[in-house]
Design a protein around this ligand. Structure first.
Ligand code: SF4
Length: 377
């Protein structure tokens, strides 16, 4: 990573939750609002007083910021760049970058292009991708997130040390495909922390030394639930009391690699990204402090799904959207018929801040206190 990108990472997100006032009152130029499910006559003034935009725990994480920054720089220089897979799990942002010249390709196309540059996104890629690039004389613009690179290295070393690498994650997620590639695709991927999927557990060899790691965007409680269930399962195989798997650090792996000290047979490393998990409690507080939550993320974003569920648990009046067209004014009237006093706008680590601002502005303009009342029909 170059120093410029590092600087951007360090500059990330210094602001706190702000009230999002319109600096210019443009509402009088807007079309009269029509609210889904209501006749225009019934459109009330009973609409949100204020819109709060969450700048603390929403918006791009450092990994995605780095990727987007590099892509924009390359596009400015060359006007065109291939991205292997969606650059970020957010359709709206992908479309914006495609308009600047980004071309999204799948693996099949990647294997059939030559002598050009291809961007590897923050999720990272398995070793086979780099091999294809070498064979096809492709220049890789590698924006793998440093957190993911570290995780890939951990997976590779554990595999080399003979551990059965158990990955808490989704088998189709690109990051997991990249991690598993480091283990010669022999990792055991488990998505169901309660071990309820027999296909997933059937892949486990209960007599092997094993190491549990995680996709960076999985939930922390799920990871520890899976660890506890693996402890029970592995001990039931030997007929012994469940023994806790031991937490390991990088230094333990190095010590084992160099023959200084062997690691135990059953170990785990919590590799969940704190850029994600540290947002959980802040987002929960944000959801609790607003009458209504509009959560903005791409439907394919697994981090978006996790964070949205946190919002919905804290505030059942939470709604998931990809863009402003999906907003329904009925959300801003509470179950008891009162208007919502506040609407909170927040999103995932893959949601650009400009999109969150657009949604906040849209709600403020259409449904804020200063919005024009709908005339009588
Ligand atoms: S969520 Fe964490 S690991 Fe994933 S891209 Fe963002 S900073 Fe990197």
């Amino acid at each position: 990573m170059n120093s410029e990108i590092r600087e951007i990472f360090h500059d990330a997100d210094p602001l706190s939750i702000i009230h999002y006032p319109l600096s210019i009152n443009i509402v009088s130029f807007l079309p009269k609002p029509t609210i889904a499910g209501h006749s225009s006559r019934s459109v009330p003034r009973e609409l949100p007083v204020k819109v709060n935009l969450d700048r603390t725990s929403s918006g791009f994480c450092i990994g995605v910021q780095g990727t987007i920054h590099v892509a924009e720089q390359k596009l400015r220089e060359t006007g065109s760049l291939y991205s292997l897979g969606d650059i970020v799990h957010n359709e709206v942002e992908v479309r914006r970058l495609e308009a600047l010249g980004l071309i999204t390709i799948d693996e099949n196309t990647f294997s059939r292009i030559y002598n050009t540059s291809v961007l590897v996104r923050a999720h990272g890629e398995p070793p086979s991708t780099y091999e294809t690039a070498r064979n096809n004389n492709l220049r890789i613009t590698d924006t793998t997130c440093p957190v993911v690179s570290k995780l890939q290295r951990t997976a590779r070393l554990l595999h080399e040390l003979g551990y059965q690498v158990v990955i808490y994650g989704k088998s189709t997620h690109p990051e997991v495909i990249g991690i598993n590639g480091q283990c010669d695709n022999k990792g055991v991927i488990i998505k169901h922390a309660d071990l309820s999927d027999p296909e997933e557990t059937a892949a486990l060899a209960l007599d092997r030394k094993s190491a549990l790691i995680s996709q960076t965007t999985m939930d922390v409680p799920g990871f520890y639930e899976l660890k506890a269930n693996l402890e029970k399962l592995f001990s039931s195989h030997t007929g012994e009391e469940p023994q806790p798997w031991l937490a390991i650090r990088d230094i333990d792996i190095t010590a084992d690699m160099t023959g200084v000290r062997q690691m135990p047979q059953l170990v785990f490393k919590d590799t969940i990204c704190r850029q994600v998990s540290s947002r959980n409690s802040k987002l929960r507080d944000f959801a609790l402090s607003n009458d209504c939550i509009v959560f903005v993320a791409g439907k394919k974003s697994s981090n978006g799904q996790v964070l949205y569920l946190i919002c919905r648990e804290a505030n059942p009046n939470s709604h998931f959207i990809e863009d402003v067209e999906e907003i329904d004014a009925a959300w801003f009237t509470l179950a008891d018929g009162r208007k919502a006093d506040s609407v909170g706008v927040c999103g995932a680590t893959s949601t650009p801040m400009w999109l969150l601002e657009k949604v906040a502005r849209h709600i403020e303009e259409r449904y804020g206190n200063d919005a024009p009342a709908t005339p009588e029909a």
